[in-house]
Design a binder for this molecule. Structure first.
Ligand code: C2O
Length: 560
């Protein structure tokens, strides 16, 4: 194992990813940010020099941070942000996981303004777990794209008396690139002749298998991804290798990742369209300047790079080619290569109803049950827990002697901020009902969970509000297959639907659980798990990190 060191300078600058100039936040002047590529068991050390006028924090999405919770980069939960013109070094080891991950700012909406990039972990047996051997390994990042800074958009979105209509994107990007016709956007400063702008084109050697790591790194939109005339064999889901399963089209929600293997075996032609279409039916507002998709090119060639091309080939959409025969990704069919059975029974069960409400002051807030998160930028949960536990603070008087799980609604400043707390190793079930008319991709930090069941409408039991009672859940639990369910870190819960997830709470720390639609997390659709409190120790938080909390300007960069 080695230490991989990165030096990042974060700046505010202007960029025209699709031709339209806009203010952006960049890492080392790159968009998307630089690739972090390591082997399992390596240590990642990233020196982040914040040269922006806002504070920031970087989160490593999907990384376990076992023993390094304070490096999780979650403002208000695991640490303080890096104030303007300050720097901080993140350092953590990646063990027990491999595959496709990413990193992004976890402060306000900064990820959508440019602070994000890919993080790939290779493992010794990774190539075998990928059951199809491949000649090349590529990253395809899909993102919705706004022509305005998210700070500007969110002041409107979160303003009093607004319905929770998320700002509608202006377009979409593949690996930070697209091309707009500047004539369609007379109100914008636009130049589509610079070299970064264009149709994203990828070269692939013919007659080979190629691995594409598809990631949705956007703020809001679900994407449907496809390559004309090529089936996609899905082989990895959020870092879990799965047995190859073929699909024509792949739906992918924010923060999810899929590896697919594509076989370049066509004879009639050499250029094919890659299509990434945003699912727009939950876009509430009208944006007359929106284009709802971005297209790229798969180009058979002996090169292996990617460039900006000028013209799209005329290949036929799967939808037109085979219509109803199209096989769309169905994650319930996917089978992990490494068999890991879920525990037979959970120690605790929680029912979360997620919703949006026009609450006090008529602010539109996202809620789990009655809880809506705001967070305290100077007093992150982890610090409060450790300091409190150390002093045997009265706020933790509910802490039982041995392992237990309970809802702690008193330990933190805001009684409305839901925290589920556990000591010892506990198996926790969370049943999430989505009472909203859009999908929510729910992400748990620090863990992968098993997705045990999901469905439409109400979960199969009516009066769940009263149920913390495991013995009374039989209809839901009757037909579960626990032998090897899919493990992932971001599950999409469909509109007016539900999902049941299970995880073994064995990782010490404070872990966010939230909707990964950035607008929703900003509106408070976030709660926390504080797990293995019996192992939280003071030495985990460095003096440098405590120093961050004392700096001025921490609240700059928070949402309104
Ligand atoms: Cu991608 Cu709270 O994280």
């Amino acid at each position: 194992p080695t230490t991989r060191q990165y030096h990042w300078t974060l700046t505010e600058t202007e960029l025209n990813p699709d031709g339209v100039w806009r203010p952006m936040l960049l890492i080392n002047n790159q968009f998307p940010g630089p690739l972090i590529e390591v082997n399992e068991h390596d240590t990642i050390r990233v020196v982040v020099d914040n040269q922006m006028t806002n504070s920031t924090a970087i989160h490593w999405h999907g990384i376990y941070q076992n023993g390094t919770n304070s490096m999780d980069g979650t403002v208000g939960i695991t640490g303080c942000p890096i104030a303007p013109y300050q720097s901080f070094t993140y350092e953590f080891r990646v063990t027990g996981q491999s595959g496709s991950y990413w990193y992004h700012a976890h402060q306000g909406m900064q990820a959508s303004d440019g602070l994000m990039g890919p993080l790939i972990i290779h493992s010794k047996d990774g190539k075998q777990l990928q059951q199809i051997q491949y000649a090349s390994d590529r990253i395809i990042m899909l993102s919705d794209h706004y022509h305005d800074l998210t700070g500007v958009l969110s002041r409107k979105y979160l303003a009093p008396d607004m319905e929770n209509a998320e700002p509608v994107p202006d377009g979409a990007l593949i690996n930070g690139r697209a091309i707009r016709n500047c004539d369609d956007l007379p109100h914008r400063r636009c130049d589509n002749t610079t070299s970064n702008v264009g149709i994203p084109a990828f070269d692939f050697e013919p007659n080979r298998h190629h691995r594409l790591r598809i990631m949705n790194v956007g703020a809001f939109a679900e994407f449907q991804f496809q390559i004309d005339e090529h089936e996609l064999a899905v082989t990895e889901v959020d870092g879990t290798d799965v047995q190859p399963t073929n699909y024509h089209r792949l739906n992918i929600n924010p923060a999810q990742r899929y590896s697919v293997i594509v076989h370049t075996d066509k004879r009639e032609r050499t250029n094919f369209r890659m299509r990434a279409r945003m699912i727009t039916h939950c876009f509430a507002e009208k944006n007359p300047y929106m284009v709802d998709s971005v297209q790229g090119i798969v180009r058979y060639s002996s090169n292996s790079g990617s460039t900006a091309a000028a013209e799209l080939p005329n290949t036929i959409d799967w939808d037109e080619a085979i219509g109803l025969e199209c096989k769309d990704l169905n994650t319930t069919e996917l089978v992990p290569v490494q068999i890991v059975a879920a525990p037979q029974k959970a120690d605790a069960f929680f029912y979360l109803r997620s919703n949006f409400e026009i609450g006090a002051y008529r602010l539109s807030r996202g809620k789990f049950n009655t809880s809506s998160w705001r967070g305290d930028v100077k007093n992150p949960t982890l610090f409060r827990s450790i300091d409190g536990l150390q002093a045997k603070n009265a706020s933790f008087d509910a802490e039982p002697d041995d392992g237990a799980v309970f809802v702690n609604d008193r330990a933190f400043n805001q009684p409305t901020e839901l925290t589920i707390q556990s000591s010892g190793i506990q198996t926790i079930d969370v049943l999430i009902s989505n009472f909203d008319d859009g999908n929510h991709p729910y992400h748990l930090h620090g863990y992968k969970f098993w997705v045990l069941a999901q469905g439409h409408g109400y979960p199969p039991r009516t009066s769940l509000d009263r149920a913390m009672d495991l013995d009374n859940l039989s209809p839901l639990y009757d037909s579960l297959n626990l032998s090897n369910p899919l493990r992932r870190d971001t599950v999409s819960v469909e509109a007016f639907g539900w999902a049941l997830i299970r995880f073994v709470a064995d990782n010490p720390g404070a872990w966010a659980f939230h909707c990964h639609i950035s607008w929703h997390a900003e509106a408070g659709l976030l709660m926390q798990f504080l797990t293995r409190t019996d192992l939280l120790i003071d030495s985990e938080i460095s003096e440098a990190h405590r120093e961050l909390c004392r700096a001025d300007g921490l609240e700059k960069g928070m949402g309104p």
